[in-house]
Ligand binder design. Structure first.
Ligand SMILES: Cc1ncc(COP(=O)(O)O)c(C=O)c1O
Length: 449
């Protein structure tokens, strides 16, 4: 049996992020204001560090990772690529299964890859405070960690249901010195408005984004940070795919198919973009984003300009969307409950370069438990979506006898998600299909200009 872990030395860690915009067949559509006029990139500097705005619109293929950022990455990177021998044996498949494990970061997921970079550029720009939102708590933890590393204050608006369901994610953020506010809150105009309509509003990622953006826009010493969706976030995550390519080269292998769980698209972009040039050059590789049937943004959403938040404070982006006032059902993969998707991922999907599929909640937990029993690691519920797709592919290979190479991102561990596993094991979880009617109705709420 070949090795389980395929490791890189710290010195082999990539020195640059890869910017997919340089190689896209069609350039991305611009961000727009509500009246349909184009937003100049400089306007984004009201809430983002200038270097991040530059990255957002850059056409440069390679962008240097600052030494300060690489030094912090080295605390856990390069992350391991692992051959899932035990899962393969359990499934009796001729396929080879590899996973890139991002749960080795201090926050437990891939999110610090961008959090550290964002905190660094804000520090350089003289910013003192950062605001952000968090759903499941993975991004909030990551920015709390990164803020601490660069001496920045951090305020996290945490979706109220998660704040109540996940007290230890909150403690984690507080341990790293962040302030955590349940959203909607009385701290912002957006929050007060929603609470006046319904004091029991459970919150959503879209609402928490509105609060964090509003606060950052109202204070000169404060900037906003986002954990997914934006081009610069996906850029920072490309360290994942680049490391993976080097690791596969070491064992002389190459994927036939890559699966990654898709919320806003940052680990999809991070893993898959570095493989896109090969695909463009004729390599036969499938790149598949996996989302929940309860939040089927790519597979059933509308490709249209929409806001990134609930209240309508962000620029309009051309993306797949379920409508910015989408109220997510309370499924247990909190990080995948977002109405929109990265504009880059959306465009590449629209153009048929990326694929997407939706899987149901019970199937994802079943897959996560099979994975935990064979490989040991208890995955984040978000990551279970990719595992589910990978297992299904491996089972297909068993039927056809194909020895495909399957790769997926294990985007995080599930150590703070055990309440969800408890519920699944007690038979208390259900499948949920987002209703066709709600998808149709979302059309009425899309901005018109
Ligand atoms: C572990 C994990 N995986 C995946 C995601 C989905 O986010 P993205 O689509 O930006 O990778 C999240 C989001 O919070 C997450 O925490």
């Amino acid at each position: 049996m070949s090795n389980h872990k395929i490791l890189l030395e710290e010195s082999e860690m990539p020195t640059h992020w890869y910017n997919v915009i340089a190689d896209m067949p069609n350039k991305p559509a611009p961000y727009l204001a509500p009246d349909g006029s184009q937003i100049p990139p400089q306007a984004m500097e009201a809430i983002f560090a200038p270097a991040l705005v530059e990255q957002e619109v850059s056409g440069e293929r390679w962008i240097k990772i600052p030494d300060e950022v690489r030094e912090i990455y080295k605390l856990w990177r390069p992350s391991p690529l692992i051959r899932a021998h035990r899962l393969e044996q359990f499934l009796g498949t001729p396929a080879k299964i590899y996973f890139k494990y991002e749960g080795v970061s201090p926050a437990g997921s891939h999110k610090p890859n961008s959090a550290v970079a964002q905190a660094y550029y804000n520090k350089v720009a003289g910013i003192k405070r950062l605001t952000t939102e968090t759903g499941a708590g993975q991004w909030g933890s990551s920015i709390a960690l990164a803020g601490q590393m660069f001496g920045l204050e951090v305020r996290v608006y945490m979706v109220k249901v998660s704040y109540e369901q996940k007290p230890f994610r909150r403690s984690m953020m507080q341990t790293w010195g962040a302030e955590v506010i349940p959203s909607p809150s009385n701290y912002t105009e957006s929050g007060r408005k929603l609470l006046a309509e319904d004091e029991n509003n459970p919150g959503s990622l879209g609402i928490a984004i509105s609060e964090a953006v509003e606060e950052a826009a109202s204070r000169k010493d404060t900037n906003y940070t986002l954990g997914s969706v934006l081009n610069h976030v996906l850029l920072h995550q490309t360290i994942i795919g680049q490391e993976t390519r080097k690791q596969l080269e070491k064992v002389g292998d190459y994927p036939d198919v890559i699966f990654a769980p898709c919320g806003g698209g940052s680990n999809v972009g991070g893993m898959m973009f570095p493989f896109l040039a090969d695909k463009a050059a004729g390599k036969n590789i499938r790149l598949v984003a996996v989302e929940p049937t309860s939040c089927p943004t790519l597979t059933k959403g509308h490709y249209a300009y929409d806001f990134g938040d609930s209240v309508g404070l962000t620029p309009l982006m051309l993306m797949y969307t379920l409508g910015h006032n989408f109220m997510p059902p309370s499924i247990h993969a909190g990080g995948l409950r977002y109405h929109g998707d990265s504009a880059l991922v959306s465009q590449l999907y629209k153009e048929g370069i990326l694929e997407a599929m939706a899987v149901s909640q019970l199937a994802t937990f079943e897959a996560g438990i099979t994975f935990a029993k064979t490989q040991g690691i208890i995955p984040a519920p978000e990551s279970n979506h990719a595992i589910c797709a990978a297992i299904n592919e491996a089972k297909r290979c068993k039927e056809t006898g194909e020895s495909k190479t399957i790769l997926f991102t294990l985007s995080g561990h599930g150590h703070f998600d055990m309440a969800s596993y408890d519920k699944y094991l007690a038979g208390g979880l259900e499948d949920y299909e987002y209703p066709e009617q709600a998808i149709h109705d979302a059309l009425d709420h899309l901005p018109k200009f």
